[in-house]
Design a protein around this ligand. Sequence first.
Ligand SMILES: [Zn+2]
Length: 179
Amino acid sequence: MKHPQFEALLFDIDHLGHEERIALEAHLRECEHCNVLATSWRDLEGNLISAPKMEPAAGFTERFRERLVVYKRRKQERLTLAVILAILISLIIVTGFFGLELLTFIPSVISLLLKSINGLVLLGGLLTILGDFVLVLLEGITQSLPAGLLLAIAAATSGLAVIWMFSIYRFGFNTLRKE
Ligand SMILES: [Zn+2]
């Protein structure tokens, strides 16, 4: 877990599970940032509880907590959308590129083979670049996204990749059959 998760735990310290509490305590021992946050949050909560005249301010605590949750959810949604868009755009660009590449095939077996090899090398290179790009993006968001959402993104991406590979395969197969 990284800072954001521990920060979220800090604001929900009364409802933590055993393992979460242990993880949080271990993190607080070594992280100054979260420690400061924990201390100031405890102080603030302590002040609110110990000051009877400030009773209505309990609503403020709730609102603050809710706003933090909403803020984090919106951030996650934006990041997820950005990743999905990036993947989609990459797929469209790559598909368009290889569609044209396949159209330029000369009806000769040797040149077809040569081009296939070139295409595969090029495809490999592009996939590596695309893979790295997606990895960097994913690395940035895996820390703040729930596992279910990540699984959904992974499933959607795999589905698109399969459809894309199939369309390239079918197109290449048709080109071969016509000759
Ligand atoms: Zn921390």
